[in-house]
Design a protein around this ligand. Structure first.
Ligand code: CP
Length: 299
């Protein structure tokens, strides 16, 4: 049966371990200059209907390092602007026999819908507020690389959780892998419901004290996050992370793009325990591993 990467819920622990192990193999091979273009001759279609810097270029880099030729299609410059439906776009592109589709779209659930009409594997590169599984996998890889383990890690996710596909995918994956996950956000940014394995902190001190990892989220002004708090200054004061608030051993992650001076201060960004740029680097290896997992069974 065709494999897709649509969300973290449908990944087994075994799948996750295989992808993380393979990403580690690719990272070592790349650093030694012994990476082989094992999928030479294949093509992938990157369909992006929402802005992206990291995810699109990371999937493109991952494809090229494996010998896959990526073809980028931007929503605003595609025939969708002439009235073609996204289903018809996928049906047409499937006939060019790509190895896979990588899709970002603002409609939650669109990748699941499209996976039902094509035999080509689909990677969800972020759909609305639903899921961003490759981001969650690269976050997990970075935590494991820096901490040496994931089970039992105390992890806080702070910010606009209700609007965040990253928060949803991260929390699903991290709980699955045995972490203790805490949410902290203004009441207006907490999800209506969440897994019973997740704790909600009452204040910032509770959210950051004794945590191994803190994942900060972006204030999503394009998704009306701005209506959920009184001012950016006030958000930064009560929910932002600043220098000297956490110990050096606490890893600080952010999926990017970050709002400098809002959810994270400039001086904190310079600290060694802030691993945001390591996340970006690791994202390429994790996405290469995702391609391998989709195109060949990983052992
Ligand atoms: N983290 C992430 O999804 O970033 P982009 O929106 O730049 O792809």
């Amino acid at each position: 049966m065709k494999n897709n990467l649509l969300d973290c819920k449908s990944l087994s622990k075994n799948d996750v371990e295989k992808i993380i192990n393979q990403a580690s193999i690719y990272k070592k091979a790349y650093s030694k200059g012994i990476l082989t273009p094992e999928f030479k001759g294949e093509t992938s279609f990157n369909l992006f209907f929402e802005p992206s810097t990291r995810t699109r270029s990371s999937f493109e880099t991952a494809a090229k390092r494996l010998g896959i030729m990526p073809i980028n299609i931007y929503g605003n410059f595609s025939s969708i602007k002439k009235g073609e439906t996204i289903n018809d776009t996928i049906l047409n592109l499937s006939k060019m026999h790509p190895a896979l589709f990588v899709i970002r779209h603002n409609a939650s659930g669109i990748c699941q819908q499209l996976s039902n009409i094509t035999d080509i594997p689909i990677v969800n590169a972020g759909d609305g507020t639903h899921a961003h599984p490759s981001q969650a996998l690269l976050d997990l890889f970075t935590i494991m690389e820096k901490k040496g383990t994931v089970k039992g890690q105390n992890i806080s996710i702070i910010g606009d959780i209700s609007s965040s596909r990253v928060a949803r995918s991260d929390s699903e994956l991290l709980v699955k892998m045995g972490c203790n996950v805490t949410f902290y956000a203004p009441a207006t940014m907490l999800p209506v419901s969440h897994s019973q394995n997740i704790t909600v902190a009452k204040n910032m001190l509770e959210a950051i004290n004794n945590k191994d990892v803190i994942i900060l989220l972006r204030i999503q002004l394009e998704r009306e996050s701005g209506n959920k708090f009184s001012s950016l200054k006030e958000y930064s004061k009560y929910f932002g992370l600043h220098k000297d608030m956490v110990k050096d051993k606490t890893l600080i992650l952010h999926p990017g793009p970050f709002n400098r001076g809002v959810e994270i201060s400039s001086n904190l960004l310079k600290q060694k325990n802030v691993v945001i740029f390591d996340q970006v680097e690791n994202g390429v290896y994790v996405r290469m591993a995702i391609f391998k997992w989709l195109l060949k069974e990983l052992c």
